[in-house]
Design a protein around this ligand. Structure first.
Ligand code: URA
Length: 208
């Protein structure tokens, strides 16, 4: 599946603001949700519609409504919470499946510490949200557990992705499409994305 680097001018502008070292928690938080909403717009372009007739102000009128799979949004804790409201702005009825992944800072391996999934995953499109696709460990581990639980259609929405992480995810799960506001240059030796955003969780929650 392709990687979609979404080059909308509003996304590029907002991401540029997010890269400033002196950005406030408030601004980073707001921009993360706004970019998440814009990525959602792109990631839903192929949603299926059906026609039906309603009673309009001047009589019956044929309109369209969504008829495809229902959606579950899957924020990866904790930083993924920083994108959840943005996605919900556009898909307010979506169910939310929460997954907690922790990264071992030495081995950079991800392990799952929380898994609270909604039902009927086989009938839902799962949209994973996590600001940073760095080594790919958390994303691969989350896709693994979603597939085990019945998911058959999965998309990932990330603010910034490293080429190394994209490659790992594509090797492990070639059926999962990735939507990102930017494919950055590379990872540093600590697994942080360059130029990146720094620690997105810390910036969203105001820790450190
Ligand atoms: N997690 C982050 O928050 N930032 C990175 O650059 C990589 C992982």
């Amino acid at each position: 599946m392709p990687v979609h680097e979404v080059k909308h001018p509003l996304i590029r502008h907002k991401l540029g603001l997010m890269r400033r070292s002196d950005i406030s928690t408030k601004n980073f938080r707001e921009l993360a949700q706004e970019v998440a909403a814009l990525l959602t717009y792109e990631a839903t372009q192929d949603f299926v519609l059906e026609k039906h007739t309603i009673e309009g102000w001047a009589g019956p009128v044929e309109v369209e409504r969504l008829s495809g799979k229902k959606v579950t949004i899957v924020p990866i804790l904790r930083a993924g919470m920083g994108m959840l409201e943005g996605v919900l702005t556009l898909i307010p009825g979506a169910r939310v499946s929460v997954v907690g992944q922790v990264r071992n800072e030495e081995t950079l391996e991800a392990s799952t510490y929380l898994e609270k999934l909604v039902g009927e995953l086989d009938q839902r499109l799962a949209m994973i949200v996590d600001p940073m696709l760095a080594t790919g460990g958390s994303l691969i581990s989350t896709i693994d557990l979603l597939k085990k639980a019945g998911s058959t259609e999965i998309r990932a929405l990330v603010l910034v992705a490293a080429p190394e992480g994209i490659q790992k995810v594509q090797e492990a799960h070639p059926d999962v499409s990735i939507y990102t506001a930017s494919i950055d240059e590379r990872l540093n030796e600590k697994g942080y994305i360059l130029p990146g955003l720094g620690d997105a969780g810390d910036k969203i929650f105001g820790t450190k």
